[in-house]
Design a binder for this molecule. Structure first.
Ligand code: FES
Ligand SMILES: [Fe+2]
Length: 322
């Protein structure tokens, strides 16, 4: 089990809303723990995937009458996690200790979220996500054999765009990076107005000089807003540590244009882009992001990464860092 006090107070995406039906529990993994997701009429539930009786997986059970029923001996847990029925002893009040391990859970932006400790604050506010003039889509899960900080830093990295994503998010003939400003506040990091020439900024195939503004909202949540003319695209990346060495990334997109482009086309493009990043990120050594700025070499174009490493150190993050 991963036990980093900084991560314990964070919210993590554990599934797409669409992947958790009303009548069936779903298994997932978070911070080295097996979890079960299910829906009660009062909202989504995220629990330890373990029945306290004999340790069977509750995700193999069923949802009935606003309860989760264990697949082994039918112990029945209500939406608060309390066992309310033991079929072998229908007249015996279940012992008070017969409870499921309950985590904080919520549903937002088309995802199910969980926190294993006491969440410090809600997931970041994203005005475009509630704006009807923006089309929205969710992407992922993208599996990485890597730890979260390397994945977030790759997302923030502008200088790789013309190299790893040549022909899509950059062009070798326009690889030179302009200078830009980075600001760190208690709310996170902002890097503003970074211009980049892109042959195909979004999968629609129209080349443009775009301007990026990046934000790091939480240690493992970052976003960019990409602007050209009055066309704005928001992408938010949510990284979920599955265990010590594996992570899942999810993304939310919001666009105020391209309403007629088929979603499959836009998602296929994003899958392709992530497929280009994956082998690079998985190849990085050390796997742990060095927070000592004397390690690795930093240039002007790495400003956001430098700010990210400093911020993680200030937060006292130990997971995925050295
Ligand atoms: S293991 Fe769950 S009811 Fe026995
Ligand atoms: Fe990339």
């Amino acid at each position: 089990m991963l036990n980093d006090p900084v991560l314990n107070q964070e919210w993590f995406v554990v599934a797409r809303s669409a992947d958790v039906p009303d009548a069936k529990p779903v298994a997932a993994r978070l911070l080295g723990q097996e979890i079960v997701l299910w829906r009660s009429p009062e909202g989504v539930r995220v629990w330890q995937d373990l029945c306290i009786h004999r340790g069977a997986k509750l995700s193999l059970g069923s949802v009935a009458n606003n309860c989760l029923v264990c697949p082994y001996h039918g112990w029945t847990y209500d939406a608060t996690g309390r066992c309310v029925r033991i079929p072998a002893h229908p007249n015996l009040p279940p012992p008070l200790k017969a409870r499921a391990g309950v985590f904080h859970a919520r549903e937002q932006y088309g995802f199910i979220w969980a926190s294993v400790g006491r969440p410090l604050k809600p997931p970041p506010g994203l005005p475009e996500a509630d704006d009807e003039s923006f089309r929205k889509m969710v992407a992922g899960p993208y599996q990485f054999h890597a730890q979260g900080p390397r994945i977030i830093e790759n997302f923030l990295d502008v200088a790789h765009l013309p190299v790893v994503h040549a022909g899509f998010l950059g062009d070798g003939a326009h690889a030179q990076m302009a200078d830009y400003e980075v600001e760190t506040t208690p709310e996170g990091i902002v890097a503003r107005d970074i211009p980049i020439w892109q042959p195909d900024p979004d999968g629609a195939g129209c080349a443009a000089e775009v301007s990026y503004t990046y934000q790091v909202h939480r240690p493992l949540i970052a976003s960019f807003r990409k602007l050209h003319n009055d066309q704005l695209m928001l992408m938010v990346l949510f990284v979920t540590p599955i265990d010590e060495n594996r992570s899942t990334a999810w993304a939310l997109f919001a666009m105020n244009y391209g309403h007629d482009i088929p979603e499959e086309q836009l998602l296929a493009y994003q899958d392709h882009i992530t497929g280009q990043d994956k082998p690079i990120v998985e190849s990085q050594r050390p796997e742990l992001l060095p927070l000592d700025l004397q390690a690795e070499l930093h240039l002007r174009s790495d400003k956001t990464a430098i700010a990210y490493r400093r911020w993680l150190r200030e937060l006292g993050m130990s997971y995925g860092t050295a």
